[in-house]
Write a protein that binds this ligand. Structure first.
Ligand code: BMA
Length: 817
């Protein structure tokens, strides 16, 4: 197969001015240079025809953009040899969304689904010199027309969005701006072949045992001539080397391949995510005319739902082992998708891996992610809970819509089913839950669109995959969709329902796919979008960068509950981040103690699509918030945690490893100045993959000590999984912390890496390392330091040690009284 890329420089212009087009913007009706893949908004920004919509409140000023029609065109030449192929197609991997595609003045077709790849036959039209033209209709106007025609459905946020097969968050979400884009958002090329091409390769693992795994390899052959051809199939990796060549006699070819002593794919923390490679080659007289390479993994997945005293369990079993799922929800990385770089995917997923996560949920209001996302998840052992792209609404059931959804789902399955990381297909985000909350007397089946999630999607998953479970919605279960006794659960009483995070400890749900707490982005990230006079907590622009109704009010309420309120910008950000961090910690520690009564805890949300105050733990500029570093500790394979029951303090040890953990546990009661008033040590031991209470003691004897200056400290002495945990008797705002005297020095350095040593005389809480300018990634941060201790922190930075040290700032929680 031959390919000519059509990426790069195009031209674009607006068509048919609408009343909303500002007078001084009429210049956009003339041709300008465009960049493909791209969006209208990013092209307009490059020409200074719109301001950066992320900045200040500019979002409101670019509203006219999505009311217009936009025309894109590219002129190009193709070599005559290319024209000789029997089949020539234009392959658009992503058109956002309502596009009319024409080549040399002849219409090739129209599209209405940004999630699909579109192929157009261009053989009759293609010449040496060509002009390709794509006109995009306004997604907003088209959607509103459809809504008028077919009726208003129950929808959270903008109701017309459900009529468009377009990323739903682009119409605005409670963490994202309203920027419905248009454009050629993924790759576009001409593809030509003679004889045949390959499509839809599938490596299906049929059985797995220690001695042998049986794998079925199949591929479809699209033929355009009867010339004899062959397919060569090979499999490599971990000592396996298989190859077979067979003549093509039908449009689908299947080979069974036994893999001896298979190296299994394991989630992060439980083993290596081993991968094999399958290669399918199409041969005509020994010449390779097409080839596809498929990395794959060998693993089993089962969603265990067994009746028990409380309802039904909800546990992922991978390779026969129950796995407690730890991770977060994933949203699109930008409002303008084509500018998300490979580096961004790598960075975010490596951060998730570094924080001991083993599962991410690709949330249904975004996109089916790029191949790179899934490849990285495969390589890093990050399991993926994959939603189909429907969120918080009823959806149309008209045949034209069902047809769109069917085509889309088939493509998704064909593209993604080879990834071992994907462990579950899920129908949608919160559709049934919202429906049943608003109408308690109705069942999920009464919801418009329910047949998509109940019948259509599961049957496509079964036909085209059949190797992993399908789940109707997140959340879903028997009875009420968000029931705690069975199925999965979203916990939003806390935060959105105004309840404080202590409430998590009363939630005994079986698998948590969402719960969360907001915090602002890093100061420097926020500053990129705040006008110079608005760098204070409650400025208009700052509040504008929180898309939840009463988001700022909640931030202030929970800040006041745990910390001293402050109008200082830095302190406000720092302390709100600490509240978020503590909130997630409380939730996860509780659910991990319940392992496997609860089968997993994924917090809302990992990342952001613009600089914002949101539930994310890594901001738009990829700077981790305090909660990220807390996550790295509360997701660690071995976790110590406290549980307070009346006046008893329990210490729990949660062991996610597949080995018994036996170690010394040392607990003490001390002052912030280092005096130890009481201590106790004992040997504790926890069986593999379990959690248990390993110590408990009565708090009453300690009650005569000043709670503002004393704390409990527990430490597990273990070679590989040492960990510690502190218990404070008061909220942070009421602690009387000593004035910090933190010392730091560079312990060691090598190119790109600095080892920083920080030490303290007195107790310091939530030490925050930062730099004023440039970039540095601190492998650990937002940690406590006990009196007379020090800590080594690895820092990745390209700054020279001198520069780094000059710019280093160290703060901690302390208020002069
Ligand atoms: C859930 C999610 C999202 C939302 C988040 C925060 O409802 O599924 O729709 O952004 O909570 O409110």
């Amino acid at each position: 197969m031959k390919k000519i890329s059509l990426r790069g420089t195009w031209q674009f212009r607006g068509l048919h001015p609408t009343p909303t087009l500002p007078r001084n913007r009429r210049g956009i009706l003339h041709w300008m240079q465009a960049s493909v893949p791209g969006t209208v908004h990013t092209d307009l920004m490059r020409h200074h025809r719109i301001p950066n919509p992320f900045h200040g409140m500019n979002e409101t000023e670019v509203k006219w953009v999505d009311d217009l029609q936009w025309q894109y065109r590219k002129s190009f030449e193709v070599p005559s040899s290319f024209l000789e192929h029997e089949v020539i197609e234009l392959v658009a991997e992503g058109l956002d969304t309502y596009a009319t595609v024409s080549l040399n003045g002849k219409e090739l077709g129209q599209t209405a689904n940004m999630f699909m790849t579109h192929r157009f036959d261009v053989k009759p039209q293609l010449q040496r010199a060509n002009t390709l033209e794509i006109v995009f209709d306004s997604p907003t106007i088209r959607a509103k027309q459809l809504e008028q025609q077919h009726g208003h459905l129950r929808v959270a946020l903008q109701s017309h969005r459900v009529y468009v097969r377009k990323a739903q968050y682009s119409f605005g979400w409670d963490w994202g701006p309203q920027l419905p884009t248009s454009g050629i958002w993924r790759d576009i090329s001409l593809q030509a072949y003679s004889y045949a091409r390959l499509q839809h390769p599938f490596v299906k693992v049929l059985s797995v045992a220690d001695k042998e795994a049986m794998v079925e390899l199949s591929v479809e052959i699209v033929r355009c001539s009867p010339t004899p051809i062959h397919v060569r199939v090979s499999v490599h990796g971990h000592g396996t080397s298989f190859e077979q060549t067979i003549p093509v006699s039908s449009d689908r070819m299947i080979v069974m391949v036994p893999i001896i002593r298979p190296k299994l794919w394991w989630p992060n923390g439980l083993g290596e995510p081993s991968l094999y490679t399958a290669v399918f080659s199409l041969l005509k007289d020994d010449e390779e005319i097409d080839v596809v390479e498929v990395p794959f993994g060998i693993r089993t997945v089962r969603l265990v739902q067994e009746p028990d005293h409380r309802g039904k369990s909800f546990v992922f079993e991978i390779n026969g082992t129950n796995v407690f799922c730890k991770g977060a929800d994933w949203i699109p990385c930008d409002s303008f998708l084509p500018r998300v770089s490979q580096a961004t995917y790598k960075r975010l997923l490596h951060l998730a891996h570094h924080a001991h996560m083993n599962m991410l949920r690709v949330w249904g209001g975004g996109i089916y992610e790029h191949d790179l996302f899934y490849h990285l998840c495969d390589q890093l052992g990050l399991m993926v809970w994959q939603d189909f792209m429907f969120a918080c609404a009823e959806y149309p059931e008209e045949p034209w819509f069902i047809q769109q959804v069917t085509g889309e789902a088939e493509q998704v399955l064909n593209r993604l089913r080879n990834h071992p990381s994907i462990v579950l297909w899920c129908g949608n985000n919160e559709c049934e839950w919202l429906f049943c909350t608003e109408q308690p007397d109705k069942s999920p089946d009464d919801m418009r669109g329910s047949k998509i999630f109940r019948d259509i999607l599961p049957s496509i998953c079964e036909t085209l995959d059949g190797t992993r479970p399908y789940w109707r919605s997140s959340p879903f279960g028997e009875g009420f969709p968000n029931d705690e006794s069975n199925g999965n659960h979203h916990e939003w009483i806390v935060w959105s329902g105004w309840k404080d995070f202590t409430e998590y400890e009363n939630n005994d749900a079986r698998f948590i796919t969402e719960f969360g707490f907001q915090a602002p982005a890093h100061r420097r990230t926020m500053e990129t979008v705040l006008p110079p006079t608005e760098k204070y907590p409650q400025s208009r622009s700052m509040e504008y960068h929180n898309k939840q109704t009463e988001g700022m009010e909640r931030l202030v309420r929970f800040l006041a509950r745990h910390h001293n309120i402050t109008g200082d910008f830095d302190k406000f950000i720092y302390r709100s981040q600490l509240v978020q961090a503590e909130a997630l910690k409380r939730g996860v520690e509780h659910w991990r103690r319940r392992k496997f009564e609860t089968g997993g805890a994924l917090f809302w949300q990992l990342n952001d699509c613009w600089p914002v105050i949101s539930w994310s733990v890594i901001d738009y500029d990829l700077r981790p918030k305090a909660a990220y570093y807390y996550a790295r500790r509360f997701f660690a394979p071995v976790l110590l945690s406290y549980r307070r029951v009346g006046t008893t303090l329990e210490l729990w040890l949660t062991n996610d490893t597949l080995h018994r953990v036996a170690a010394g546990l040392h607990v003490s009661f001390r002052t912030f100045w280092g005096d130890v008033l009481w201590k106790k040590s004992k040997r504790v031991s926890v069986a593999p993959n379990t959690s248990k209470c390993v110590a408990q003691f009565d708090l009453s004897p300690f009650s005569h000590h000043d709670p503002a200056v004393h704390y409990f400290h527990a430490q597990l002495d273990h070679e590989e999984h040492a960990c510690e945990q502190r218990y404070f008797l008061l909220e942070p705002k009421h602690l009387r912390l000593p004035e910090p005297r933190i010392r730091s020095r560079i312990h060691q350095h090598s190119p790109g890496e600095i080892l920083l040593k920080v030490s303290t005389r007195h107790f310091v809480k939530d030490v925050c390392l930062d730099i004023k300018r440039g970039e540095a990634f601190f492998e650990d941060n937002f940690f406590d330091l006990d009196p007379r201790t020090s800590k080594l922190i690895r820092v990745r930075s390209n700054l020279t040690p001198g520069r780094f040290f000059e710019r280093l700032t160290i703060s901690s929680l302390y208020e002069r009284r």
